[in-house]
Design a protein around this ligand. Structure first.
Ligand SMILES: Cc1cc2nc3c(=O)[nH]c(=O)nc-3n(C[C@H](O)[C@H](O)[C@H](O)COP(=O)(O)OP(=O)(O)OC[C@H]3O[C@@H](n4cnc5c(N)ncnc54)[C@H](O)[C@@H]3O)c2cc1C
Ligand SMILES: NC(=O)C1=CN([C@@H]2O[C@H](COP(=O)(O)OP(=O)(O)OC[C@H]3O[C@@H](n4cnc5c(N)ncnc54)[C@H](OP(=O)(O)O)[C@@H]3O)[C@@H](O)[C@H]2O)C=CC1
Ligand SMILES: O=C(O)C(=O)Cc1c[nH]c2ccccc12
Length: 403
């Protein structure tokens, strides 16, 4: 339904009766599915051309989930039984497409939200895209914690060779025979360094700070699953001490490899700061055998390579920035201060960060991966569907009233 409002006459304005969801990654699709299941139809706006665009376009070929599938499934529909314990990215994308199709979620692709703000005069969120303004009582932010690349402060502009961020890395095949500087040692830096080794390239990985490396599995069980189970009975710090003791037994002393551990334990650090421990899928063995070289912080990038803080200097053919990701919320959402920090991350810790004021919600800003997404999606759908039913009921009362 169109409505007239002051402002840009070129802009088509439309009230939508259900919530507006921004982003069609796992979080946006999951919340729309839970809403659909409760009889509420959402309008999902996605700037890219597909669901799970991060997984389709911004991840490397050899990526697999690093948590077992039971910790990564979305509400109401699990992974197919025939999927392996750690599905590949192709399998995850196939699951996401089947999930969206099953719940009849049809996002509006190619639709970037440029601005969103609450307008008390119209009693809703004005959500502007190129050429259109949608208005709804509810706005669900589902644009993710990993949407923009973090770039290092040290400029790479003088470097003559190729510089890419991990979001544009596909395969070590593109770097065959090269000497490559990998800046960053999170899960991306580690797995890409390993992939480079497997394609006959020589990675030099920068560890400027500290990092927790854990085996992906212990005693034939996923480390993450063991940690979740133990947390039911034991204090977090005891669980962390246990994980570190097992990690030391199976991986040895990682400090001696140039990978000093943070003082805070791995799960406590993840919960407090969001920094994910590295779940090792083979990089550590390559570090031990010297095929991945560990370097301290970069002091300066030169035309042909890099100078390091310890005084060493090396020539490189290419640089891969495995420096992580950030949110983009603060660039388009106005008045979201009840929910978001100025960095666009949730203010309240999990599981309380999903509901703001005036019908504003966020899903997937928990620093807890897909498990956090599922929890948020269920909470939001429950909350909105209760309001939806109440509104329906009062409309019907009004319509049936003799006055
Ligand atoms: C390489 C990698 C591997 C990971 N592996 C795991 C794992 O194994 N297990 C796990 O639990 N978690 C994992 N994660 C965490 C990850 O955050 C989630 O897997 C998941 O993709 C988050 O979903 P999301 O929908 O919140 O965000 P995203 O998947 O980033 O989706 C956000 C969507 O919003 C869209 N968007 C952004 N801004 C706008 C705008 N202004 N207008 C319209 N659309 C917009 C984007 O195009 C994108 O499609 C991984 C993350 C990365 C980067
Ligand atoms: N298989 C899987 O499921 C995978 C999952 N992921 C997930 O995706 C998310 C993003 O991971 P990732 O891309 O690794 O990002 P992270 O944010 O986890 O890691 C970024 C790394 O880059 C370092 N860094 C940042 N800036 C600089 C700099 N200027 N110089 C040197 N080092 C720098 C950081 O170090 P510092 O701590 O000092 O800031 C950190 O080690 C995580 O949640 C991760 O678990 C990623 C890959 C694979
Ligand atoms: O892959 C990620 O980034 C995740 O956030 C998954 C995740 C949630 N909690 C964790 C604890 C340890 C390792 C990974 C995760």
């Amino acid at each position: 339904m169109g409505y007239s409002a002051e402002g840009d006459p070129e802009l088509r304005r439309t009230w939508v009766s259900g919530p507006i969801v921004v982003g069609a990654g796992p979080s946006g699709v999951a919340v729309a599915a839970c809403l659909a299941d409760a009889g509420v139809s959402a309008t999902v706006l996605e700037k890219s051309d597909s669901v799970a665009s991060l997984w389709q376009h911004r991840t490397y070929d050899c990526l697999k989930l690093h948590l077992p599938k039971k910790f990564c499934e979305l509400p109401l529909m699990g992974f197919p039984n025939e999927f392996p314990k750690y599905p590949s990215k192709e399998q995850f994308v196939a699951y996401m497409e089947a999930y969206a199709a099953f719940f009849a979620i049809h996002p509006r692709f190619g639709t970037e939200v440029l601005n969103a703000e609450f307008d008390s005069a119209v009693g809703g969120w004005r959500v502007r895209t190129r050429g259109e303004e949608l208005v709804s009582r509810w706005l669900v932010v589902a644009t993710g914690e990993n949407v923009e690349p973090v770039m290092p402060e040290t400029s790479t502009a003088v470097f003559d060779g190729r510089v890419i961020h991990t979001r544009d890395y596909k395969s070590g095949a593109d770097f065959e025979g090269q000497k490559v500087l990998v800046v960053g040692c999170g899960n991306s830096g580690m797995e890409i360094s390993l992939d480079l080794c497997r394609h006959n390239a020589t990675p030099y990985m920068v560890v400027r700070n500290t990092v927790h490396v854990l085996p992906r599995e212990m005693f034939g069980l996923s480390t993450f699953g063991v940690a979740m189970f133990l947390q039911r009975w034991l204090p977090l710090r005891v669980v962390d001490r246990f994980l570190l003791a097992v990690a030391r037994q199976t991986l040895g002393d990682t400090d001696r490899l140039g990978l000093p551990r943070p003082k805070t334990g791995p799960i406590e650090l993840k919960n407090v700061t969001g920094k994910t421990p590295v779940l090792d899928v083979g990089a550590l063995a390559e570090i031990k055998s010297g095929n991945i070289k560990v370097m301290q912080g970069v002091k300066e990038i030169t035309r042909t390579g890099a100078k390091f803080v310890d005084g060493r200097e090396e020539q490189f053919d290419s640089i891969i920035l495995a420096t992580g990701y950030k949110s983009n919320v603060s660039s388009w959402l106005k008045g979201g201060g009840c929910l978001f920090t100025k960095e666009g991350m949730a203010k309240a810790p999990f599981p309380d960060g999903w509901k703001g004021e005036n019908g504003l919600y966020c899903v997937g800003f928990t620093k807890r991966g897909l498990l956090g997404t599922s929890s948020d999606a269920l909470s939001i759908a429950r909350d909105i569907s209760l309001q939806w039913k109440e509104i329906r009921r009062s409309h019907n009362l009004y319509r049936n009233s003799p006055l």
